[in-house]
Every structure is written in structure tokens, then in C-alpha cells.
Design a binder for this molecule. Structure first.
Ligand code: MN3
Length: 211
């Protein structure tokens, strides 16, 4: 049984980048709905409890699209809540240097991220992922998740489904991506993911207390 984790901050904490209304809908309705479907599918399959990461991998290898999409979105949103923080903080030297190597500088990183987010057609996510070769950007459609990163570790990922920004930005996905990148990424979270990508500790996992 998968359970919805509480947000690590108040609904209004990410304003004005993300409104309390969006957070409430996004967490309490959208995220909860994915989790409900995962539990329904698991129940039909006999109610076996596994780590969410394992559920995703098993659904991918058995071709169970309904379970894969909903488990993927369950994981994506858990990661998304934890990688944001009010005010965001400052990127670490390691993250800065990684951005410099891959994108020629911080502005290049930001503009390539925004462009790549604009390039995700329809619903999906834009991710910055890292491995021994450095940082790269990857868009994913719909509920696709960490198993599509070819072994790389996600540093951060932005939800570009319309439910993530339409209340606050209407059709202006670009403004959403820019405001999001500048305002609410928790850079100490990203730094921990960056360490994990290069062999230092474990990356983010779905909380065992909510499995
Ligand atoms: Mn969403």
C-alpha cells in the first residue's frame, strides 16, 4: 500500500512561483489520484507490497502501462515536492562546475533547460540528470520516470503537465519554467543528487514509511 506523503512545506510556501491553489490541487488531487490507481492495480494483483522503485521496474518489464504510468507519476511527484523549497538557496560549486562543463555557464544551463522544457510536446517532464559523463537534459512523456534515464541520476525535474502551471501561468509554459528554475529549486537537494550521481551516497528514493 502506497501512501501520499505530506508536503515538506506549507501549500503557500512556494508563492509567488507556485500558488497555494496549484499546490493543493496538484498534491491533494493529482498526486493522490495516481497513488489510488497504483493501490487499486496492486490490489487486483493480490496486494503484494514492494518498494515503489521496484513496482516501477516490474511494471516496465512486464509492460503493464497503467501501473507503470501511475507508479511513475507517484514517484515523479514525490521527487518533485522534495526538490523544491521556499527561496531555493544557492547552487553548490559542484553543481555550478557541472553546469559550466555541460552548458558553458549558468545562463546556458538555464536557457537550455527552458528550451528543452518548451520542447516537451504535450504532457511530461523536463529533467536534468547526471552520471560520470556530466549533466544532461532529458524530456520524458506522460508518466515516464527514472528508469528512462539510462542509469543516470535525476538532479531535478519540472512537471510540464498543464495541471502544474495552468492556474498560475495559463498557457505561458516558458514563464513557468523560468520562474520555477530561478525561484524554487532546492539546491542542497540537487547537490545531494549530484553527489549520488558520482558515487557519493544514494539518490532520492520514495520514503519507505509511505510504502
Ligand atoms: Mn503533476
Amino acid at each position: 500500500m502506497i501512501r501520499l506523503p505530506d508536503l515538506p512545506y506549507a501549500y503557500e510556501a512556494l508563492q509567488p512561483v507556485v500558488s497555494a491553489e496549484t499546490m493543493q490541487l496538484h498534491h491533494d488531487k493529482h498526486h493522490l489520484r495516481y497513488i489510488t490507481v497504483v493501490n487499486e492495480v496492486l490490489e487486483q494483483k493480490g496486494g503484494e507490497t514492494r518498494q515503489l522503485e521496484q513496482i516501477v521496474q516490474d511494471a516496465a518489464s512486464s509492460g503493464d502501462a497503467k501501473l507503470y504510468n501511475n507508479a511513475g507519476q507517484t514517484w515523479n511527484h514525490g521527487f518533485f515536492w522534495d526538490l523544491m523549497a521556499p527561496g531555493g538557496g544557492q547552487p553548490s560549486d559542484t553543481v555550478h562546475e557541472g553546469a559550466e562543463r555541460a552548458f558553458g555557464g549558468w545562463d546556458g544551463f538555464r536557457s537550455k533547460f527552458v528550451d528543452a522544457g518548451m520542447g516537451v510536446f504535450g504532457s511530461g517532464w523536463i529533467w536534468a540528470v547526471a552520471d560520470g559523463n556530466g549533466i544532461r537534459l532529458q524530456g520524458t512523456p506522460n508518466g515516464d520516470t527514472f528508469d528512462k534515464f539510462g542509469g543516470a541520476t535525476p538532479l531535478f525535474g519540472c512537471d510540464v503537465w498543464e495541471h502544474a502551471y495552468y492556474v498560475d501561468y495559463r498557457n505561458d509554459r516558458k514563464k513557468y519554467l523560468e520562474s520555477w528554475f530561478d525561484g524554487v529549486i532546492n539546491w542542497s537537494f540537487v547537490d545531494r543528487q549530484m553527489q549520488a550521481a558520482t558515487g557519493g551516497g544514494e539518490g532520492w528514493n520514495w520514503p519507505a514509511s509511505h510504502t
